[in-house]
Design a protein around this ligand. Sequence first.
Ligand SMILES: O=C(NCCCCCn1ccnc1)c1cc(-c2ccc(F)cc2)cc(O)c1O
Ligand SMILES: [Mg+2]
Length: 215
Amino acid sequence: TRTTRPQRLLQAVSINAVRGDPDSVIKAIDHFCKHTEWAMNVGDEKGAILDLVVMETCPSTVLELGTYCGYSTVRITRLLPPATKLITVEMNPEYAHVARQVIQHAGLQDKVCVLEGESADLIPKMANMFGIQAFDFVFLDHWKDHYLPDIRLLEDCGLLAQGSVVLADNVVCPGAPDYLNYVRYNLKYSSRFYQAHLEYTRVLDGLERSEYQGD
Ligand SMILES: O=C(NCCCCCn1ccnc1)c1cc(-c2ccc(F)cc2)cc(O)c1O
Ligand SMILES: [Mg+2]
């Protein structure tokens, strides 16, 4: 049977990227998506904004919702100091399997935990599972209609603290209008928009950075 797009992306990584070198993994995926086959990674343009927000946040606990093939997982984790941990949630087992191999190729497997399952089921268990209080940085890149319910769930589970930064991909395309309305007009958040383009295209898109102001 035909291979899947994530499997073809992984093959491009295993052929073109240097084991243990996260930047070569990122470059191999971007090259594959620009020249061979589009895939829904955050990409290089929005990825550079993601890098800046991560670096200015200096997080010690990170949550990503929506792993896909692990591109943004590698982008974020390569910037984290040694003692930090990144938890990433993927409900599609096939995506999760490819992501683990991409993350391993980058040599970052010891700093990443790929959780398979629904974010709504997993979020309430995270404090106990990992012995954490709050996440310093959250990257939203899963189903766009789950952004709002999941940020509310993170609040209700006490997993956001004053200064926690939530960065959301695709707030223009495909869009997350209910989420944008919530973070922009709710006094619990200080929010700003970063205009960019849909990965590997000229279609308008952007990221929304929302800082939790505390309860
Ligand atoms: O749907 C997206 N991501 C979620 C994938 C499934 C997540 C599963 N999951 C993981 C955890 N819980 C649930 C997405 C889509 C597009 C896009 C844009 C234009 C277009 F024409 C087609 C597609 C671009 C992105 O950047 C995206 O992120
Ligand atoms: Mg996305």
